[in-house]
Write a protein that binds this ligand. Structure first.
Ligand code: AMP
Ligand code: MG
Length: 425
């Protein structure tokens, strides 16, 4: 049994990230939210596009107003009114000003804006009551971004702020990595879909839905392949289909040591190399990680890369914990996120409850991470049984607290490492 950290680094080592060219596609800005840039983006527009005013006020020549004050105001002639969106017509001469509004273009000749609160208007004349700083309240063209220089780097996830930047810079078609396709299959004779009436002994295949949700929230495209019976032939066909239709395959169940646990054997028969068979964690000990060599076609249209297979435990709690702990970093790395963003997100928190373990394996207990009023993370253990069969109290989980090997108790009030789980976007 491998320690969790070792399993994590083996898994990350097996992932060959998307290729900047072969695994990229162009999407429109309106469809780009949550996607990851595959190449740097450059704009042909300066930002700001024009010298413009940051205030409602008067565009002036600094030289005219540099030494005025309330006792000795400077009087200027107003030659034009410039609302936002209009090209100024006049050039400001000594002794002149233009009325200007926030965002409006600066007129030729002016270099400074005096905010209207520091002025007194009398008809077509304005009195400047306080000397501004030179170039005050002017947002100069290209002062924030120069056309032709890199605007956003490859590997950046496009959230609201990046979308705003791209829109402002007129970038409407974006090179992003394709979304990884993740095949999901559930193994087990006892499984039925949620819409079916249950016969005695049957259970609902919740893993199919849980994993599809996990994949979608992680930026992947779930490819649900349904339920496969614990029958070696059926399983072989299903796994063969899965590996030809996705970048990563997730199967649940059948990786334990039971009489019906065939997954490892079939993977070997299909030519997979098995890298991990179990990990010293609880829940989630049975975890098979295997790779298939790249297919001759270069599957899925992208670059040729080994296909990664995760045989996850069937138990729904174990399956999700394994996804959060081991699949998530692999999926992020494949997707094109920078290396340091792929690591699982552990934070230090103070536990609000006693956390227990048998001390034999690294133990993950589920609950919620909260920030207290001083900005310290607190971990609240989910109420009810911390039993890997108890899927119900997994709802609302935002953190998995870690009780290290050899430790049987982390007392309330003590610090604990907590894996942040849930959506990244
Ligand atoms: P297994 O790993 O196949 O031995 O399954 C372990 C436990 O998880 C058993 O109680 C199964 O009934 C349950 N289980 C397996 N697959 C699923 C699934 N897809 N959805 C919900 N429970 C499952
Ligand atoms: Mg089973």
């Amino acid at each position: 049994m491998l320690p969790a950290k070792e399993a994590e680094s083996i898994i990350l080592g097996l992932v060959q990230p998307f290729d900047q060219q072969l695994d990229a596609e162009i999407v429109e800005l309106s469809a780009a939210t949550g996607r990851i840039l595959a190449s740097p983006v450059t704009s042909q527009l300066d930002f700001p596009h024009w010298d413009n005013s940051a205030m409602d006020g008067y565009a002036v020549r600094y030289a005219d107003v540099q030494s005025c004050n309330a006792e000795q105001p400077v009087e200027l002639e107003i030659v034009e009114e410039i609302p936002a969106g209009i090209e100024p017509q006049s050039t400001i001469q000594p002794g002149q000003a233009s009325r200007i509004f926030t965002g409006a273009c600066m007129p030729q000749g002016a270099d400074t804006v005096v905010m209207q609160e520091r002025t007194r208007r009398e008809g077509t004349r304005v009195f400047i009551l306080e000397a501004p700083k030179a170039q005050a309240f002017v947002r100069y063209r290209a002062s924030f971004y120069q056309a032709g220089t890199p605007l956003l780097q490859a590997g950046i996830t496009l959230n609201a702020a990046e979308i705003a930047v791209l829109a402002a810079a007129g970038c409407t078609n974006l090179p992003v990595y394709r979304r990884p396709r993740i095949a999901i299959l559930s193994t087990g004779n006892e499984l039925v879909t949620p819409d079916q009436p249950l016969q005695p002994g049957q259970i609902v295949d919740s893993n199919q839905y849980a994993l599809a949700a996990f994949v979608g929230l992680s930026g992947g495209v779930p490819v649900p392949l349904g339920i496969v019976r614990d029958d070696p032939e059926a399983l072989k066909d299903a796994i063969a289909q899965a590996i030809s239709s996705a970048d990563i395959v997730l199967s649940t169940g059948g990786v334990s040591v039971g009489d019906y646990d065939y997954v490892d054997r079939i993977l070997a028969e299909l030519g997979a190399q098995i890298h991990i068979r179990s990990v010293a964690v609880k829940p989630g000990k049975p975890l098979t990680v295997a790779t298939f060599p790249p297919t001759s076609k270069g599957s899925k249209g992208g670059a040729k890369r080994p296909m990664l297979y995760f045989g996850l435990p069937g138990n729904p709690v174990s399956a999700l914990v394994s996804c959060w702990r081991f699949v998530q970093p692999a999926l992020w790395k494949l997707s094109g996120l920078p290396q340091d963003s792929c690591k699982p997100l552990f934070v230090k928190a103070l536990s609000r409850n006693d956390l227990r373990s048998d001390g034999r394996r690294e133990t993950y207990v589920w609950g919620q991470l909260h920030l207290d009023s001083t900005g310290t993370y607190e971990f609240h253990l989910a109420s009810g049984s911390q039993n890997s069969g108890n899927l119900i109290n997994l709802a609302q989980t935002t953190g998995l607290a870690v009780v290290p090997v050899g430790q049987t108790l982390i007392s309330a009030g003590e610090p604990v490492q907590v894996l942040q789980v849930g959506s990244r976007y």
